[in-house]
Design a protein around this ligand. Structure first.
Ligand code: AMP
Ligand code: ZN
Length: 111
């Protein structure tokens, strides 16, 4: 099982922010912004590159969850949603995840 599958299963502790049948969200252990939350599908999908017509519906649901979390976290000023895919993007956990980064004003620099 990958580390995020273990977090979903409760085998590795996490600070849960949201959970439903298909999605889990928790605080990043190494926050890079005042609010830094990871939103992941419960099904193991390795990355954005592994999305297909068969498994992509969960991504639409993840974005609905992101909007809800952002509101609950008080990110009225805005936030950034990031998904690193592959080695050039420095993806370090091979389970699809979307970073919600907020609580500060970002720079124009994105990469
Ligand atoms: P990425 O580099 O895009 O693959 O993002 C992986 C993220 O997972 C990093 O921001 C890590 O800080 C975070 N992370 C790794 N292990 C844990 C953990 N056990 N609990 C919470 N976040 C984690
Ligand atoms: Zn996994």
């Amino acid at each position: 099982m990958c580390i995020f599958c273990k977090i979903i299963a409760g085998e590795i502790p996490s600070t849960k922010v949201y959970e439903d049948e298909t999605v889990f969200a928790f605080r990043d252990i190494n926050p890079q912004a005042p609010t830094h939350i990871l939103v992941i599908p419960k099904s193991h999908i390795a990355s954005v590159a592994e999305l297909t017509a068969e498994n992509s519906a969960v991504v639409a649901h993840i974005f609905e969850v992101i909007a809800k979390i952002a509101e609950e976290e008080g990110l009225a000023g805005g936030y950034r949603v990031v998904s690193n895919c592959g080695p050039d993007a420095r993806q370090s956990v091979q389970h699809l995840h979307f970073h919600i980064l907020g609580g500060k004003e970002m720079t124009e620099q994105m990469a």
